[in-house]
Design a protein around this ligand. Structure first.
Ligand code: DGL
Length: 373
């Protein structure tokens, strides 16, 4: 009873008070038996986290502290990013690699594959416990989904960016990066899929997308975040329901390039020739970011049926950010042999389509994949 009371005080009041109380009462505090001698291997045993830097605003610099939106992305090298957040060293042993130094709107499929292969290679190493990827926010949602689909590891992979450059008043990059290392170093993150730490939230790499183009709270998941990071601690409240990483049928070690996939943004008075141009450019699939529930204008139905008949996969997504495209609702997908993107926005549907096409072009199999990932 006595030791359990001390145990209760330990958990309630923090360790200093409990240790003082315990020694005053002549008890051997539970904590003293558990805490390793300072400086021993156990005391300094921290997870090893590698930061792969690719550029973006988190590495951006502006001329004036009042400029939160006018700056140059992809300037600050990874060692300076790490040096700017010394608190990381209390959480993990951190080292950095500069994979790219680009604004993320410039990412190519070849660079996505190269990045994923490096993440996979590092996570196979016993001396790497987690990986953080610093990244521009413009296409962060595509990269985080891609890594979620193809990296065969349960170890934490955290993608992080910032909405303001480090030179701006109330810059968000330093805390986002500290949170990312916290999540990457946390055992609770194992098996949770690729995560994104922005603005204190832990978002799923599959679900998250950038909803606002200039504020720190820009990132949002319609199915909600997975949890939060507060003062160096991770709090998870849910897990991803979809297949990912170790439960994925895809493996970056078996992918050297991605098939080309096009996107067309739905609007009024569309231009039919855009679809032909994408097919002629080599697109194996076209994601139609339609209006509403993935609607296709009457004057385009024959065009999409024709490109399908000639072998290009047609995937109905929606320009509407929330909800999901219902199969056979706005269009008879069974009749036209089209695929629906479910809840994935056009950018994410393009990523999944490209990954899926490395294995199959059977539309029934593709539709299964869009249900399951
Ligand atoms: N050029 C954009 C990018 O690299 C800046 C936005 C950002 O990183 O937050 O994604």
């Amino acid at each position: 009873m006595f030791s359990c009371r001390i145990g209760a005080v330990l958990s309630l009041r923090g360790t200093t008070l409990a240790l003082a109380l315990a020694s005053a009462l002549g008890a051997t505090p539970l904590l003293a038996r558990e805490m390793p001698e300072a400086g021993t291997a156990a005391a300094v045993k921290k997870p090893n986290v590698v930061i792969l830097a690719t550029g973006g605003t988190i590495a951006g610099a502006g001329a004036d502290a009042a400029n939160s939106a006018t700056y140059t992305a992809a300037k600050v090298p990874v060692d300076k990013l790490i040096a700017a957040v010394p608190q990381m060293s209390t959480i993990a042993n951190v080292r950095g690699e500069q994979v790219f130094q680009i604004a993320s709107e410039s990412f190519t499929d070849a660079q996505l594959v190269q990045l994923a292969k490096r993440v996979s290679q590092l996570l196979k190493q016993d001396d790497v416990d987690g990986v953080v990827v610093t990244h521009g926010t413009d296409t962060l949602e595509e990269t985080s989904f891609f890594l979620d689909l193809v990296v065969k590891s349960d170890k934490p992979i955290v993608v992080v960016g910032s909405m303001r450059p480090s030179t701006a008043i109330s810059a968000d990059g330093a805390l986002n990066l500290l949170d990312a290392v916290t999540v990457a170093a946390s055992k609770e993150s194992v098996g949770k899929g690729v995560t994104v730490t922005m603005n204190d939230y832990i978002q799923s790499g599959r679900d998250v997308n950038k909803r606002t183009n200039v504020v720190p709270s820009a990132f949002y998941s319609q199915w909600g975040p997975l949890g939060m990071v507060v003062e160096g601690k991770t709090y998870f409240f849910r897990s991803l329901a979809k297949r990912h990483n170790m439960t994925s049928e895809f493996d970056i070690d078996q992918i050297d390039s991605l098939p080309l996939v096009g996107i067309v943004y739905g609007s009024g008075n569309m231009i039919p020739g855009v679809y032909d141009a994408e097919v002629q450019a080599g697109a194996k699939a076209i994601v139609n970011g339609g209006t509403g529930n993935g609607s296709v204008p009457g004057y385009l139905v024959e065009k999409l049926k024709d490109i399908r008949a000639k072998g290009t996969i047609v995937i109905r997504s929606s320009r509407v950010p929330d909800g999901f495209v219902l199969r056979n609702a706005e269009q008879p997908d069974d009749t036209y042999d089209w695929v629906v993107a479910h809840d994935l926005n056009p950018a994410k549907a393009k990523i999944l389509a490209a990954v899926a096409l490395t294995k199959t072009s059977d539309t029934k199999d593709l539709q299964r994949i869009f249900w399951e990932y």
